[in-house]
Design a protein. Structure first.
Length: 128
């Protein structure tokens, strides 16, 4: 599939079926209103202060720690969660909660969880 069509379909999924998480992402983005931003693939990426130890994605809103702003794979991974939201719609909240719990309770195993590997695949993450 042409990548432009894919990104447009992901956008449509995030403003329809996936709207609940996109609205939550929008509200969270207001909190980080003054932080630097970038727009890519119909998403708004906010570069957040590094006091929070990880990146996260809520619908069309991606939040990346400022010191990771050059990590292509991290951007791709978080976009993978945006694709998940287009697929799962309101059920994405379950993934978000599992991801949050996994990140804080077993950080060393976090990236091996099935929903994280799925986000890698959906976002096109390339690991060595
Ligand atoms: Zn993730």
């Amino acid at each position: 599939m042409n990548k432009h069509i894919k990104h447009a379909l992901v956008f449509i999924g995030n403003i329809t079926w996936g709207l609940p998480m996109t609205i939550i992402g929008f509200l969270v983005s207001i909190f980080f209103m003054c932080m630097p931003k970038r727009f890519r693939k119909y998403c708004m990426i906010t570069y957040v202060p590094c006091w929070y130890p990880g990146a996260w994605s809520m619908g069309l809103f991606l939040f990346i720690p400022h010191d990771c702003k050059d990590s292509v794979n991290l951007h791709r991974h978080e976009y993978g969660h945006t694709v998940q939201n287009a697929i799962l719609g309101p059920f994405q909240i379950i993934i978000e909660l599992m991801s949050l719990i996994s990140f804080f309770t077993a950080p060393s195993k976090h990236s091996n969880r099935w929903f994280e590997k799925w986000a890698d695949k959906l976002g096109g993450v390339e690991r060595d």
